[in-house]
Design a binder for this molecule. Sequence first.
Ligand code: AMP
Ligand code: ZN
Length: 459
Amino acid sequence: MTLYNTLTRQKEEFKPANGPSAGMYACGPTVYSAAHIGNMRTYLFVDWLRRALLFDGYALKHVMNITDVGHLTDDADDGEDKLEKAAREGKVDPWEISRTVTERFFTDADALNIQRPEIVCKATEHIPQMIQFTSRLIENGHAYETPDGIYFDISTFPGYGKLSRLDLEGQQAGARVEVNPHKRNPFDFALWKHAPKEHIMQWESPWGMGYPGWHIECSAMGLHYLGERFDIHTGGVDHLPVHHENEIAQNEGVLGHPMAGVWMHGEFMLVDGGKMGKSLGNAYTLSDLRERGFSPMHFRYFCANAHYRSKLNFTWDGLSAARTSYERLLTAVRSHKGGTDAADTGPCFARMREAVLDDLNIPKAVGSLWTMVKQAGRSQSIYDAALEIDKVLGLRLDETAENEPEPEQPGADIAAMIEARQAAKAAKDYKKADQIRDELKAMGYELTDTKEGVLCRKV
Ligand code: AMP
Ligand code: ZN
């Protein structure tokens, strides 16, 4: 199997460090608001990678973190913790937001037939590991204390910038306005931050009450679950210049050698040719797609038609075309079930397999699948070969694999109560708002306020 390594900018033969068992760390969601379809594209890429490794015979330990603290509104060190901000704005507990959003993330992932990683780990449950990692960086002379917290000193790591090929000197001399006068270099980043009193999520540390930086989470949990050398580290392309660069600096600062062998990055999903953003009103979720009559599998198929290293432009027309094509594919595949005509599926299957193992060329595999199922006649062996390759594609081609039942939606009466509560809140009648919330709770519905509105969940 070959995989494209962002670090070396080339496809490399995949050779796991520990024999037939592959270790993979995937940067997981920041659970302050519902994941949009762009986020889900990245997790689909990781899922195809995961399935391809299993298909190629590797045992797999796939670790994904849940960032429930430490990710600031700016990927570098400026701004506020995203969960604290969402909690303050929604007047709710950050723990509740993270619980509801995480649950919704996995509901969406399940609907998209994204397999669960072997290990899912929350940042807030690994604070001791992060404190220890930070202490080791201080001991090794890579970190220093400021009034604001502990920072990594990038001048102590000559390799800083190697992943994204940052022109450090050019950039340092350039326009980046430094807001923190205590930092030694503009690119130094926080490992641990002192927490102001109002910060709800904070922990004791040798440096006082505080909370971890986002980057240290992934280094500490990667080391904890996968050890000093593992095989693959994934994320979206936006992780390249800051988050993963900082992870590499931390890892090599503690270990003296790299932790992950291959770095892989999923390209972005655009909307109508532009950026997808909550503030632009085009950060669609899977629910938005459902409302317009598209199933999660239509979206999965839409993503399967672009290579993970290419940008993918989302349009409703494009999704509509994917829906038509997917439904035809299902019909074509299933028509072969029980067929007695002879067919030699060997060459087609070999082409599909080759495509999958060539840096995850899923679009090419789908193309070969089409060629195979369009053959005249009806042949059980074509059906079998299609299901075999579907172990990687995950398109639920199996005749018995009906799309999962839709999650139960609250009825009109519940929706009316939620609206009444919103109205009470808007009129600052918090007593009434809380009363309606309690009534809903008694009826088995839990509400969480988020920036995009109220999430309602049946418990
Ligand atoms: P976050 O929850 O913000 O930490 O992001 C979760 C994942 O989604 C990360 O791997 C990001 O790189 C990825 N991501 C964010 N925006 C997009 C997008 N428009 N297209 C594809 N992936 C994205
Ligand atoms: Zn990460």
